[in-house]
Design a protein around this ligand. Structure first.
Ligand code: ATP
Ligand code: RIB
Length: 304
């Protein structure tokens, strides 16, 4: 579907430890867990693998340490056909995320960024060439994210900014990206408005548009699907029905599919719909990288 597309992801690479419990503990409380596992994650690596599983040619830019987790994460990226020549190995320690999942499949995540925050702007800037699209998130170094997006813009590369994790990032320093795509909490962190309904989604999108001057603002709205604002009007795209096991990386899966469909067709509405399809597949699976659908799975979903 997307095999002629060349993409780069400048982003985080984490080892995830996933712990599930029927109910998550309150402060000072202990609860019994029902299962745990280690899994490959990091918003950047998830999106790189998401793009690759959908058929694109993908280059990863990031940093890990020369430790056991770093080595396993790199091996896994290579296994998923991601070019890791842009991943530096001299970080202080490889990024780690502790993911707590409750009985409804909703998560709470603590990320120890470590090597991810040590990515330097020069590392990214030199690697952003000969690609159609660049994806970034906010889980590495802010200056490196800004430099990457600004470099890509000068080369007319499509730029897709996934705003996770939630923080008030300096959007003004990389204005004019192609797509800015936050989830609900990230929208609130960046605009001060939680997109609880159509009116607040529009208000928040307007603030984000003014701050970022992005061509499109695409809000990921969980089980409500997503919204699209183009500076004039907002439209809503409902989610596809899904049995929710774990929402982790639904956003990463959404962003990868959104980016590729936009580059392929130039049709942002079609791209929003494709993002929803990929997201609905991801919520039905436990884990991050494990949630990323393949081209075949998305095609089956398209026929439904
Ligand atoms: P993450 O848990 O990775 O941080 P996120 O919060 O960034 O995810 P969400 O908005 O929760 O992102 O989900 C991304 C997309 O996944 C949604 O826009 C939607 O398309 C799809 N999605 C999420 N939850 C559901 C659901 N319950 N049913 C169907 N689709 C869903
Ligand atoms: O988006 C999901 C990811 O967020 C997890 O894989 C975890 O590593 C955190 O970065």
């Amino acid at each position: 579907m997307y095999k002629s597309i060349k993409a780069a992801v400048m982003g985080s690479i984490n080892m995830d430890i996933i712990l599930s419990a029927e109910r998550l503990p309150e402060t000072g409380e202990n609860v019994l867990g029902s299962s745990y596992s280690y899994a490959f994650g990091g918003k950047g690596a998830n999106q790189a693998i998401g793009l690759s599983r959908l058929g694109a040619q993908v280059k990863m830019i990031g940093k890990v340490a020369d430790d056991a987790n770093g080595n396993r994460l790199i091996e896994n990226l290579i296994k998923n056909n991601v070019d890791t020549s842009g991943v530096a190995r001299d970080g202080s320690s490889t990024g780690l995320a502790a993911i707590l999942i409750d009985g409804d499949g909703k998560n709470r995540i603590i990320v120890y960024e470590s090597a991810n925050s040590e990515v330097v702007p020069e590392q990214a800037a030199s690697l952003i060439k000969d690609i159609d699209v660049l994806l970034v998130q906010f889980e590495t170094n802010e200056e490196a994210v800004i430099a990457s997006v600004n470099t890509a813009k000068t080369k007319n590369i499509v730029t897709v900014v996934d705003c996770g994790p939630a923080k008030n990032f300096s959007l003004e320093k990389m204005q004019g990206m192609t797509i800015l795509t936050p989830n609900e909490n990230e929208t609130e962190a960046l605009s001060g408005i939680f997109p609880a309904d159509e009116r607040t989604a529009l208000e928040a999108s307007r603030v984000l548009y003014e701050r970022s001057l992005a061509k499109f603002i695409v809000l990921k709205l969980g089980e409500r699907g997503c919204s699209l604002y183009d500076g004039k009007e907002i439209s809503f795209f409902p989610a596809y029905p899904a049995r929710v096991l774990d929402t982790t990386a639904a956003g990463d899966s959404f962003t990868a599919a959104l980016a590729l469909e936009y580059v392929k067709s130039g049709d942002i509405k079609k791209a929003c719909d494709m993002g929803n399809k990929a997201g609905s597949i991801a919520v039905g699976r436990v884990g991050a990288e494990n949630s990323m659908p393949t081209e075949k799975e998305l095609i089956i979903c398209l026929k439904k």
